[in-house]
Design a protein around this ligand. Structure first.
Ligand SMILES: Nc1ncnc2c1ncn2[C@@H]1O[C@H](COP(=O)(O)OP(=O)(O)OP(=O)(O)O)[C@@H](O)[C@H]1O
Ligand SMILES: [Mg+2]
Length: 505
């Protein structure tokens, strides 16, 4: 066997306007290996992936495929078997699962699109991933995690030699992630090169044979990772030692600022849920995927209809029928899917920060100068990496878009924040900045938080109290030392551990 990389990016550089986003990056990928690619938000990971799959042309450097120099474009890449699963979902929502999988590549029989072949082939792929998805279901009906799976199936339906996945697991459950990893290993063993971008360093350690680290557009490491800890990888990413500590948990006031009593939704997803949020509290919601946490928040803010139950804001019974009405009552919601978070992608970034808060800034005129100042405040405190306040939002890296969404919500001056997976796609350094912001707002009693997260360390490190849900119901609650991994998982699965069991030697 000749030891030649299937794909080799030689001294590739990329500029957007004046900004050098990739600086002389030289990386090679061999068949039958899994490459983990890491770097802070804005380090250039997605840009490199888009160059490797022909969607962007570098300003200098070359791409070699199986030893021969080539110029990639999307058609050529597809022809060579280079397939990209992009960071942002790219599905046609009203179309069915199988239609999405084969979009643009529909099999044809007697000049007609061969639906049966599409459905059969889709069912095979679904089966190989061992997930529960009906190929005939319209994509819009699926959960975010399942949509992500469909994106992956789209890639698997092609003839692949190099599979590039840009944060594929960001919205997958642990179970779905494990199934994906099984597939990745199978593909690798059949001789495919898999390039895997992720902020979840634990996953990188689990799946990758080799590590690639980007920092500020430069490749700072490519090689073995078997001896690295998460902390060591994080240090390579940021170029300095990290203090990975969660901020101190806020003290809570007795006053209840928000309460839900016996809430049920008409679609049966939420059953008789009650809870109360105290002033300055960070209240976590944990549960397995499908436990109903997102559905609960949607019911509270009127996206789903409630069939019974009451909501109290500051002790007053309140009816909330829409996101707007929620906002009027000082409640904002960060949805788990960034696309639904209402960033206007064609706006300059600063306009998105003030978008929901314009009333506060000016009733009559919008004052760009004030808006830019507001943006600059968040740019500093959230460390939003942009070249200027006038950069177009679409061109921000994924993690920086997420921080921009958060700035928009905080800028409204809301008192109650419901955050659904707030740090998804956010790099490790920025995560701590976001935790600090949440904790500061809570400590100063400027706001109280409901945080849905599937990331256990996050829930454990951040929250004063954790409510656990299963099948649309509240099944447990943890405070103090009870907020630990074993307890939360047991509650989520439907067992309970007594403190004795845990401490017994
Ligand atoms: N089309 C574009 N026009 C201008 N700038 C861009 C464009 N696309 C990306 N950039 C900039 O290039 C830099 C690298 O972005 P990229 O999306 O590659 O980062 P990333 O490493 O994938 O980050 P994340 O972890 O947040 O997804 C960022 O500063 C981003 O703002
Ligand atoms: Mg990216």
């Amino acid at each position: 066997m000749t030891e030649m990389p299937v794909l080799h990016a030689r001294n590739v550089s990329m500029k957007f306007g004046e900004a050098l986003v990739l600086d002389n990056v030289d990386v090679e990928f061999y068949a039958g290996r899994v490459y983990g690619v890491v770097g802070e938000n804005g380090a250039g990971k997605s840009t490199l992936m888009r160059i490797l799959s022909g969607f962007l042309q570098p300003i200098s450097g070359q791409i070699h495929f199986e030893g021969k120099q080539t110029v990639l474009n999307p058609q050529r890449a597809k022809h060579l078997g280079i397939v990209l699963v992009p960071q942002e979902l790219n599905l046609v929502e009203p179309l069915r699962v199988y239609e999405n999988i084969f979009l643009g590549d529909e099999p044809v029989k007697h000049i007609l699109i061969d639906r049966k072949a599409m459905i059969d082939r889709s069912s095979e792929i679904i089966k190989s991933l061992d997930v529960q998805i009906d190929p005939a279901e319209p994509v819009e009906k699926l959960s975010t995690g399942k949509k992500q799976m469909v994106e992956i199936m789209k890639a698997l339906s092609r003839n692949v030699k190099i599979l590039i996945m840009d944060e594929p697991t960001a919205s997958l459950s642990e179970d779905e992630t494990n199934k994906l990893f099984e597939t990745v290993r199978k593909l690798r063993d059949s001789g495919i090169a898999v390039i895997f971008v992720s902020h979840r360093l634990k996953e990188i350690i689990q799946i990758a044979d080799e590590l690639v680290v980007l920092r500020d557009g430069k490749k700072v490491y490519q090689g073995d990772l078997s001896n690295f800890s998460e902390a060591q990888i994080a240090e390579m990413m940021v170029g300095r030692k990290m203090s990975e500590i969660y901020p101190e948990k806020p003290t809570i006031e007795e006053k209840t600022v928000f309460e839900v009593q016996n809430l049920s939704s008409t679609d049966g997803k939420i059953k008789d849920v009650s809870f109360a949020l105290k002033n300055g509290e960070i209240l976590g919601f944990y549960g397995l995927v499908g436990a109903g946490r997102t559905e609960l928040m949607q019911t509270i803010i009127g996206i789903r209809k409630l069939s019974s139950g009451e909501i109290f804001v500051d002790g007053k019974p309140t009816v909330i029928k829409s996101v707007k009405e929620a906002m009027k009552n000082g409640i904002v919601y960060l949805p788990e899917e960034r696309k639904l978070a209402g960033l206007v992608l064609n706006f300059e970034v600063f306009k998105n920060t003030t978008l929901m808060a314009l009333d506060k800034i000016s009733k009559i005129f919008t004052k760009p100068k004030v808006e830019v100042e507001r943006f600059e405040y968040y740019r500093k405190s959230f460390d939003i990496r942009v070249r200027s306040p006038y950069q177009i939002t679409r061109t921000l890296s994924g993690g920086n878009q997420q921080k921009l969404v958060l700035s928009k919500l905080v800028e409204t001056g809301a008192k109650i924040f419901m955050l659904d997976e707030p740090t998804r796609g956010v790099d490790i350094n920025s995560r701590y900045q976001i935790y600090k912001i949440i904790s500061e707002l809570a400590s100063k009693k400027l706001a109280s938080f409901i945080v849905i997260s599937s990331d256990l360390p996050e829930i454990i490190g951040l929250c004063n109290r954790v409510i656990v849900m299963r099948d649309g119901e509240v099944v447990g609650e943890a405070t103090g030392d009870g907020i630990n991994e074993a307890n939360l998982i047991y509650l989520a699965l439907g067992f309970s551990v007594s403190q004795d069991d845990e401490t017994r030697e």
